[in-house]
Design a protein. Structure first.
Length: 255
């Protein structure tokens, strides 16, 4: 990443849930979040450098600065969550790394997102350092001795997406900060919610199966993989999955 000291990395995204904008941004449409993101990223860099006042279309603030200053030079790496070609282009043009999330889609979606990333890089030869690209994907690793172990991970991820659906719909009032997942019958005729489909699309499998898919990502140009463990499973189940990933998958990719 070009950093000789310090480990901070900054991730920014426009936001996904309307309920967040209802509570934190006065009901602003979630789709307008991209404009706010694109203006604030250059401003953050200026604040890291020293005194800076901003008078933009979205943000306005008097002379301010960052205290303390970052130890990384020229600044901590910034990651931008991107999906559209415009988001990829903005991230690359501004020297940011890119994080992509294929969600419930298969590896063809990863390939499409990589193509958008490469198109943005080709459009900005003036950017000296090639950005990194990270794939964030639900991951569950199970022991080879349990051939049906994938069903545990797929079921947990399915429940996560049913809960995501409940929050995204923004039609139910949370109780103590939580919502129940949408019922299974709502997804009849939606093959992407079936366990077998999630087994193929999410990063679910034995260590050998996960390594094979990550090698494919590596060949596509992916430089980092983010192990997404938010899948509604128990702490013990998540811990065992992560242990298998660390013990058997990570060593394969160490130089």
């Amino acid at each position: 990443m070009g950093c000789t000291i310090g480990r901070a990395e900054i991730g920014v995204a426009r936001g996904a849930y309307q309920f967040e904008f209802d509570r934190l941004a006065g009901g602003m449409p979630a789709a307008d979040g991209g404009e706010h993101l694109r203006e604030i990223v250059p401003a953050i860099r200026k604040l890291w450098e020293g005194d800076y006042a901003h008078e933009g279309e979205v943000w306005q603030f008097p002379t301010s600065t960052s205290v303390p200053k970052p130890v990384q030079k020229p600044h901590p790496p910034i990651w931008v969550a991107a999906r559209s070609p415009e988001s990829h282009d903005f991230a690359v043009a501004n020297g940011c790394n890119v994080m992509v999330t294929p969600l419930m889609k298969g590896d063809e979606e990863v390939e499409d997102l990589i193509q958008k990333f490469e198109t943005a890089i080709a459009a900005h030869p003036e950017v000296a350092r090639r950005p990194d690209i990270m794939v964030l994907r639900h991951t569950y690793v199970h022991d080879e001795a349990d051939p049906d172990g994938w069903k545990v991970g797929a079921a947990g991820i399915q429940k996560y997406y049913r809960t995501f659906d409940a929050w995204f719909g923004n039609k139910t009032t949370p109780v103590d900060g939580f919502l129940d997942p949408s019922p299974l019958e709502k997804f009849a005729g939606r093959p992407e919610f079936e366990l077998e489909s999630l087994h193929r699309t999410a990063m679910v499998g034995t260590p050998a199966e996960v390594i094979e898919r990550l090698r494919h990502y590596e060949a596509l140009g992916v430089t980092e993989f983010s192990f997404w463990s938010d899948n509604s499973l128990t702490h013990a189940q998540k811990k065992r999955s992560l242990e298998l990933f660390i013990e058997h998958v990570v060593p394969t990719f160490l130089d």
